[in-house]
Write a protein that binds this ligand. Structure first.
Ligand code: FES
Length: 340
């Protein structure tokens, strides 16, 4: 059993008549005696490629083709606009709008293409126990070829589609530049260098006797008082309570010990000092670090000690660094086991 809509039937008759004319042109009268399929097969490939033999698009197909081409052009222009806008510095809202136009243009054009330029015969039949008849196979092949031709014969639309997709692809690839240069080893180092003087937030040098016992002060490398990753904290403790890790004797002139001020849990500034227990506390999640013992974690979620800065007092009593921190500061991928 088979059936078609009225529109489909009308379109089918038109196509049948068109094929009939083509077959006659090709001089294949025998094919015409059969069905429309035969007419189609009567044409050689070469014949089909000749512009003069191509089926003349129906008015609504021509109109749809124009709309589709326009949408592809708009999409291409939006893709190129996105690329140019990004290269000029970008503007988020405008970039979003251009992306929407580029993707929307391609999407709507493909929908129109499928709706208006592809054959729409609706054919139903009973499922039979035997293999399909030769005629059914021919009809199927005919429909497949017709669908292929619906794409290939519209080479302009295909090129415009490829152009729109290409512009969009380039616009997507370009933002890779936003990743910036590779960080290299910069994540493992701060501004601290050998013999650099410790200064406070105002750039005033810190001396070994600046603090009283149990006093604390925030320190920076001289000339880098805005360097966020270099910020340190100096705590002065009684020298007899110090039990720094092996190899760090002499790192606390007159009881001044210096650690990174960035919490190793989530990067908050560790600024609270509990003199009774000699602990630096982080106000965010209450991690506590023992300043007498290399800032080992004694409480809280921090995974590792605060990196220590080796310092010494120069001949005039000013505190200076002997190098960089003992490890990368703050939280980061190194907390997951990666090391320089
Ligand atoms: S940031 Fe310091 S404990 Fe969480």
């Amino acid at each position: 059993m088979s059936g078609t809509s009225d529109g489909g039937r009308t379109g089918g008759v038109q196509r049948w008549l068109r094929r009939l004319r083509l077959a006659r042109k090709a001089g294949k009268a025998a094919a015409v005696a059969g069905v429309a399929v035969g007419a189609r097969r009567a044409l050689s490939r070469k014949d089909r490629r000749r512009p003069v033999d191509r089926p003349v698009p129906l008015p609504h197909e021509r109109s749809a083709g124009r709309r589709i081409a326009l949408l592809f052009l708009v999409s291409t222009a939006a893709g190129i606009g996105l690329l140019v806008l990004y290269a000029l510095g970008g503007q988020v809202q405008l970039e979003g709008a251009l992306l929407a136009v580029a993707l929307g243009g391609i999407g709507i054009a493909l929908i129109l293409w499928g709706k208006h330029l592809f054959p729409h015969e609706i054919v139903t039949e009973e499922r039979e126990p035997h293999a399909s008849e030769a005629r059914t196979l021919e009809t199927t092949q005919e429909l497949i070829e017709e669908s292929e031709e619906a794409i290939t014969r519209r080479s302009l639309l295909v090129r415009l589609l490829l152009g729109a997709l290409g512009a969009l692809a380039v616009a997507f690839v370009f933002p890779i530049r936003s990743l910036g240069p590779r960080p290299g080893r910069s994540l493992f180092a701060t501004k601290w260098r050998k013999d650099m003087m410790l200064v406070d937030g105002n750039g005033v040098p810190i001396r070994a006797d600046t603090l009283d016992v149990n006093g604390v002060i925030t320190a920076f490398p001289q000339g880098y008082t805005t360097s966020a990753d270099s910020v340190a904290i100096v705590v002065k403790v009684p020298q007899d309570v110090l039990r720094l890790p092996a190899g760090r004797q002499g790192w606390a002139p007159s009881g001044n010990v210096c650690y990174s001020k960035l919490c190793t849990h989530a990067g908050c500034p560790v600024g609270l000092y509990l003199a009774a227990t000699h602990e630096l506390q982080c106000p965010c999640h209450q991690s506590a670090f023992d300043v007498t013992n290399g800032a080992e974690v004694v409480f809280g979620p921090a995974a590792r000690p605060l990196p220590q800065l080796r310092i010494y007092a120069d001949g005039a009593g000013f505190l200076r660094a002997a190098g960089d921190f003992t490890g990368p500061v703050g939280p980061g991928f190194w907390n997951r086991g990666a090391q320089p």
